[in-house]
Design a binder for this molecule. Structure first.
Ligand code: MN
Length: 235
């Protein structure tokens, strides 16, 4: 293993308390995979964004609240949850820069949605009202307990990284990818057809997953995902 790569992690926003924060599971997962986590609070200026782009060897877009639908051309529906324009604008701008630099990206939960919207895709603002036949995607069990199965596309990067074409995952989302961005490819689905993972063909490692692998580190597939991400950042 070479020198440990810096993995930038975006933060959740709690505007009421005036703070940004990171769940420790992300820090553990990145370190166990050989990376050094560095937390990235939102910045707005382009030259500040470029400093982040140059600093990180890989970018982890973390989970959290909803994306504002204005970023994919819609008005908010009634069941849209908490949003943060500060976080949305920052993450969309940063992921574009990091992708242009050819660096690896792992989007988790909200992160797959940011990746999709940044590249021109759309979201379900709320599955329960906009796709009512979908299965339960906000599980009631513990975060480390898988809730539903996903089928992974044969021959995809994700299938080769995970070494499996069917896995059980946890699920804590009421938004989801609707129209996949033109440059992205859907590579995993739950039984109801909801997109559970995407990747960007032609890049070493640009993957978004709708589940929370950082809470599933007892599962080999979750460990393998972080290892592949950090290994791509090492190069
Ligand atoms: Mn799900």
């Amino acid at each position: 293993m070479g020198s440990r790569p810096i993995i930038g992690i975006t933060l959740a926003h709690d505007p009421e308390k005036g703070r940004f924060f990171c769940r420790e599971a992300y820090l553990d997962a990145v370190q166990r995979a050989g990376g050094v986590p560095v937390l990235l609070p939102p910045v707005q200026k382009q030259d500040s964004l470029q400093v982040y782009r140059d600093l990180v060897a890989g970018l982890l877009l973390s989970g959290g609240g909803d994306l504002h639908p204005s970023f994919f051309g819609e008005d908010p529906c009634w069941k849209l949850g908490e949003v943060s324009l500060v976080r949305d604008k920052f993450e969309i701008a940063l992921v574009k820069l990091v992708l242009d630099a050819g660096k690896p990206v792992l989007g988790i939960c909200r992160g797959i949605q940011v990746l999709n919207v940044a590249l021109g895709g759309t979201l379900y603002q709320d599955l329960s009202s906009q796709a009512p036949a979908s299965l339960q995607h906000i599980q009631r069990g513990a975060r480390k307990e898988p809730a539903h199965e996903v089928e992974i596309k044969k021959g995809s990067l994700l299938a080769s990284v995970l070494g499996a074409e069917r896995i059980w995952v946890n699920s804590f989302h009421h938004q989801a990818v609707k129209d996949v961005a033109p440059s992205l490819e859907a590579v995993a689905w739950s039984a109801d057809g909801v997109v559970e993972a995407v990747e960007l063909p032609g890049h070493d490692f640009v993957v978004g997953v709708q589940w929370h692998p950082e809470d599933l580190l007892e599962e080999e597939h979750a460990v393998a995902l972080f290892r592949a991400f950090v290994a791509a950042a090492e190069q």
